[in-house]
Design a protein around this ligand. Structure first.
Ligand SMILES: C[S@@+](CC[C@H](N)C(=O)[O-])C[C@H]1O[C@@H](n2cnc3c(N)ncnc32)[C@H](O)[C@@H]1O
Length: 287
């Protein structure tokens, strides 16, 4: 009963998955799940449509289809999410890395920082930012914080598996860290509390503590801004990921802390997703 072809399974998967914003193309999603359940890539699976799929793969695929239809994100089923081309382990205790966060990486790698720059990733979750920056710039001295021990455990696991050296610190934002730091990268929770109930079903599987940014979404960002002046070097940079319509408020709130907006980077949807802040008195540094 378990011996079925790729084509049959994809047809069944396409029918089993409901089309909704989180699953815009059910058959494509089914293909992705079947490939992951089989440990193959999607192109290989597409090229083997008549092939009989092993029983244990069929059982895993069918279990995943059922849970996916119920709203469990695909990356929670597979336990892995790609970020900047590398596989990061994920669990329900960490935010699934989002493609838009790669914009922050892109900007960070374009900065002219000292070869041994000190970098802090605040609210590291899976470790995707800290690990990526440490691997892409091996000279940088990267630290990462989170207040969730479970998240730090996953970040440590990812750092080890991918061979990145990053110091992981269980703390509130940047408490206990000392400067000068050349780059602060932060994708902190920024969803306004009252919007939490309206999030798509998939997003509601992310930990609340990774999403809920308080009444206007900026409670944590605001607290981080207050910590930046003592931490950032005079030529330092802070890259903050934000939600829709928050960049203006952050620019306003950063000013009293002696920080100016040096750039606002839009994502593909036109949202000002990344804000780059620098000390107003900033100057170039060579080390
Ligand atoms: C939106 S997730 C981002 C995770 C990861 N940096 C990414 O981009 O995928 C926010 C992270 O901030 C952490 N966090 C929330 N409040 C914090 C705080 N007060 N201090 C440190 N980390 C915090 C959460 O536990 C979560 O891992």
């Amino acid at each position: 009963m378990d011996t079925q072809s790729v084509d049959e399974l994809l047809d069944r998967g396409g029918d089993a998955l409901p089309r909704r914003p989180g699953i815009p193309e059910p058959r494509r999603e089914a293909l992705w799940l079947l490939a992951a359940a089989w440990g193959r890539d999607t192109t290989w699976v597409r090229l083997h449509r008549e092939t009989t799929v092993p029983g244990e793969v069929v059982r895993r695929y069918e279990d995943w289809l059922e849970r996916r239809a119920a709203g469990v994100p695909a990356h929670h089923l597979t336990g892995v999410c790609p970020f900047w081309g590398r596989p990061f382990r994920v669990s329900p205790e960490v935010l699934i890395p989002r493609p838009e966060t790669e914009l922050l990486v892109e900007r960070a790698l374009a900065l002219e920082l000292p070869p041994r720059a000190r970098v802090v990733d605040v609210g590291t979750g899976s470790g995707c930012l800290a690990v990526t920056l440490a691997l892409e710039r091996p000279g940088w001295r990267v630290a990462a914080t989170d207040r969730s021990a479970a998240a730090l455990w996953m970040a440590r696991r990812n750092a080890r598996a991918l061979g990145a050296g990053a110091r992981l610190v269980l703390t509130d934002l940047v408490a206990g860290l000392t400067g000068p730091v050349h780059l602060v990268a932060a994708n902190l929770p920024y969803v306004p509390a009252q919007a939490m109930a309206e999030l798509p079903v998939e997003v509601r599987h992310d930990p609340r503590g990774a999403l809920d940014g308080g009444p206007d979404g900026l409670a944590l960002v605001r607290r981080l801004l207050a910590g930046l002046p003592r931490l950032l070097s005079p030529a330092g940079v802070a890259l903050l990921e934000l939600g829709e319509g928050q960049a203006e408020a952050v620019a306003r709130e950063a000013a009293p802390w002696g920080l100016k907006v040096a750039a606002r980077i839009k994502d593909l949807g036109g949202c000002e997703r990344i804000v780059e802040l620098r000390p107003r008195t900033g100057r170039r540094e060579s080390s």
